[in-house]
Design a protein around this ligand. Structure first.
Ligand code: SF4
Length: 810
């Protein structure tokens, strides 16, 4: 019996290179096993790892989960969120009836009344202000069928470019780093590459807390024979950093400089596969010229790490034979996000380490179904990874939807989320539908976001399972079904698709987002150009078939991936076509890349300025199916520290909570382990400021701040960390600070990456002041003291989850 709150990763099952990762069946039930009436196939949707699981049902309710040992992603393992997070489905405060605002207050009503208001206001806004006054902000937790339906309604039906997802906050840079290098989105590698690699390079990726099961796989390699070398780039001493051969605890905002210095060393020592680069890549000369300006000694001053450590990391990367690199929010939510993420690609490509076992770059996803927003066109892209500047691509979509090509906005890129909110702010957008996300906690500079969402002239619709901070400001709230209360597919970060079957009914009158969207399209009477219904499906499987059909011939081709196939699978990686009916483990095995002008997803950008390349310019330099080595000079962050704000705030996640806690705070074990916000400082900074463990402190920027207990933790001096999960729905005021603020985004600023348009959360200049001694303000926080950051001890959740090797007693 293991306490999977304190023992986050469970027992070790070490294995060596090329061996099969042993299975381990993790399970958590709230009833005795023999009381389970049936098990329903699914996969976890609490991070982008996408672990295969079965859902236990008894008495019409979900009563537990177990990992699927045969699943290719997790081999039976589940992390704390996977084991316990499902309990949110059974929470007593689920929304069960629609709400409409009457005399300033939300009141329960029936579906017909609520949907009539949504449709009438849509018609009025389109009539009075035009289709560009309509906007949709979706989630990273819906299913592919739902995203695709949203895309058809917004882009093909209403004809607005204003559709994006909260995946803009977590994964937009992953998408654009892949597009800029390979010509198309889609991670090239397979999680099985971890099983055979000899080097792991984790850049701004706290795998132990953000993808616990992926870390179990890495840990089992690190504790097995022929352990891979581990390099970690992170200003915090995470559990991964504690195990690293080289930990580069760089100054936040200096990723590009560091990565350039690593390549400087690789080129200086000729750790470059010149034959491969010459045959398969363009841009080497420019890259070599740029990185020549970043010798380790000078770069060490920029990044605040020893030059010797940069050299050693470069030596490991330059001499390893099978290098797996992974990238996440430390890059994506930082300064120069896409420019830095692309440099990680470059490090692998200089050595030709792509498309072979053990050789991969994972531009990792954050939100669990983020990959699907990108494939379906529900974020700032078009379906099937199509290029908005390519008329033939737009024509293909118009043909599939049977609409006039001019109905699909393609005069400019699809609008990114930060621009959508700016247009709400200036009154250009008058109708905003938010689906399964909570921008009143997750977006930067919250005082501004509250003022935008609080405008009378903006009609706000929110579909959610709970009355979130955002839902409290809505004009209409639509109660939505959660995962396991509906059927659909989603794709993880290594392109593995799972089908999740409905296990239980949603509570009360709650409906799936697919049903809500279908109802909206019907009531709005959206038609194709022959007068038929625009949305031609009425069930998840039909929606899936329509989506996979539009992927045919594209890099994310899933045209042979059916519900029937997924029902008997252990996860299938796309592309899945007639030619590869069982899926495809790795992309680019032939080192041929989707960069042709007529096929690529985008013509790319200048990584530093964000300026878009034009089609003619791209064609004139046709890469001829070779990959791009794009260089970038380092620029310092836009908000440097100074005498008034001498520290850098970086926000992030804890292992026990997810996003804005909407679900995880309703799982007792998870919430008990991290019930309150906290602020981490290094002992040196704390001592200088007279702050001790547990003291109440305020961290504030030029825009706002939060109060919380201090945790003395292992991170580089000058850096302050705060988890971003903690909003106000459970406070007296409900959707804003009532007394002490707790949402880290009170302090962050409105800035985004010039290429991916992902907001910057990692480099905010702040100061910290002590408010009271710990004894006066006792608090319970997650995270561990500086001396023991690796243990990540939580507090007192029940010890009732099991981990067992197959065949061993539970
Ligand atoms: S690693 Fe992610 S997908 Fe897997 S169980 Fe944990 S939260 Fe769920």
């Amino acid at each position: 019996m293991a306490d999977r709150i304190s023992d986050i990763w469970g027992e070790r099952t070490p294995f060596g290179p090329g061996g099969r990762w042993p299975e381990r069946a993790d399970q958590f039930l709230t009833v005795a096993e023999d009381e389970v009436e049936r098990w329903v196939q699914s996969a976890c949707v609490l991070c982008s790892n996408g672990c295969g699981m079965d859902v236990a049902v008894a008495g019409g309710r979900i009563v537990g989960v177990r990992g699927r040992p045969e699943d290719r992603v997790n081999h039976g393992r589940l992390g704390p969120k996977g084991l316990f997070g499902w309990q949110a489905n059974n929470s007593a405060d689920r929304l069960t009836r629609p709400l409409v605002r009457v005399s300033g207050r939300l009141q329960e009503t029936d579906w017909d009344t609520a949907m009539t208001q949504v449709v009438e206001r849509s018609r009025q806004v389109i009539g009075d202000f035009g289709r560009l006054a309509m906007a949709f902000y979706t989630s990273g937790q819906l299913f592919a069928e739902e995203y695709y339906t949203q895309c058809v309604i917004a882009r093909g039906g209403i004809g607005t470019p204003h559709l994006d997802g909260n995946t803009r906050l977590c994964t937009a840079t992953a998408q654009w780093a892949l597009v800029e290098t390979f010509g198309s989105d889609g991670n090239p590698g397979s999680y099985a590459d971890i099983d055979v690699c000899d080097t792991l390079f984790l850049v701004g990726h706290n795998v132990p807390e953000t993808q616990t099961v992926l870390w179990m796989r890495m840990l089992d390699r690190l504790e097995g024979p022929a352990r891979p070398k581990l390099i970690v780039v992170d200003p915090r001493r995470t559990a991964a950093a504690a195990r690293a051969d080289v930990h580069l605890a760089i100054r936040p905002g200096t990723n590009v400089a560091l990565l350039n210095a690593l390549m400087h060393e690789m080129i200086t020592h000729d750790w470059v596969d010149h034959d491969w680069v010459q045959a398969h890549a363009v841009g080497y000369q420019d890259l070599a010229r740029v990185v020549s300006r970043y010798p380790p000694e000078e770069t060490a001053d920029i990044c605040g790490v020893p030059a010797a450590d940069i050299r050693e990391a470069a030596r490991i990367l330059g001499t390893g034979q099978r290098v797996v690199s992974t990238v996440l929010q430390g890059v994506y939510q930082s300064h120069q996000a896409t420019a830095a993420a692309v440099q990680v690609n470059n490090i692998n490509l200089l050595r030709g380490m792509i498309g072979r076992p053990g050789c991969a770059v994972f531009q990792m996803n954050g939100q669990p179904t983020a990959e699907n927003t990108r494939e379906t066109g529900a974020d700032g892209s078009l379906p099937g990874y199509r290029n908005w500047q390519n008329d033939e691509h737009v024509r293909e979509i118009a043909e599939a939807w049977n609409v006039d090509v001019m109905q699909i906005p393609h005069w400019a890129p699809p609008t990114h989320a930060m621009e959508i909110f700016r247009q709400c702010e200036n009154g250009s957008i008058r109708f905003l539908w938010v689906t399964a996300t909570n921008p009143l906690v997750s977006l930067p500079e919250l005082h501004r976001i509250r003022s935008i969402f609080g405008q009378d002239r903006l009609f706000l619709v929110v579909s959610d399972a709970f009355l979130t901070e955002t839902a409290q400001l809505a004009d209409v709230v639509l109660p939505a079904a959660l995962w396991a209360e509906k059927t659909g597919c989603y794709t993880n970060a290594d392109r593995t698709v799972h089908l999740s079957e409905k296990a239980a009914d949603p509570p009360g009158e709650a409906r799936s987002d697919l049903d809500i969207l279908l109802d909206y399209a019907r009531r709005l009477d959206l038609r194709d150009k022959d007068g038929g219904p625009l949305v031609k499906w009425s069930a998840p499987e039909e929606a899936w078939n329509a989506f996979t059909a539009i992927t045919r011939g594209r890099p994310c081709d899933q045209s042979a991936l059916t519900y029937g196939k997924l029902r008997v699978s252990a996860g299938i990686q796309w592309p899945c076509t007639q030619a590869s009916p069982d899926g495809t483990e790795r992309l680019y095995t032939g080192h041929v890349f989707p960069t042709e002008p007529g096929y690529c997803e985008d013509y790319g950008h200048d990584l530093v300025t964000g300026a878009e390349n034009e089609a003619d310019e791209y064609r004139a330099h046709d890469p001829a199916r070779r990959v791009f080595l794009k260089a970038a000079e380092y620029l310092p962050p836009h908000e440097p520290v100074d005498g008034d704000y001498p520290l850098q705030l970086t926000t992030g996640r804890t292992v026990y909570q997810w996003h804005t806690r909407t679900k995880t705070c309703r799982a007792g074990q998870l919430n008990a382990a991290a019930p309150q916000v906290w602020i981490e400082l290094c002992p040196q900074d704390a001592s200088r400021l007279g702050i001790g463990e547990g003291d109440l402190v305020r961290v504030e920027s030029r825009r706002g701040g939060i109060q919380a207990a201090a945790r003395l933790s292992g991170q580089r001096p000058g850096v302050v960390f705060a988890p971003f999960h903690y909003g106000y729905f459970d406070s007296p005021a409900g959707n804003q600070p009532d007394g002490a603020a707790t949402a880290a985004n009170e302090a962050t600023r409105t800035e985004w990456d010039p290429v991916s348009k992902q907001p910057v959360f990692k480099v905010t200049a702040v100061r910290v002041v002590k408010l009271a001694d710990a004894s006066e303000h006792p608090a319970t926080v997650a995270g561990a003291p500086a001396r023991d950051r690796t243990s990540l001890q939580g507090s007192d959740g029940p010890a009732d989850a099991t981990s067992r090797a197959p065949g061993s007693p539970q």
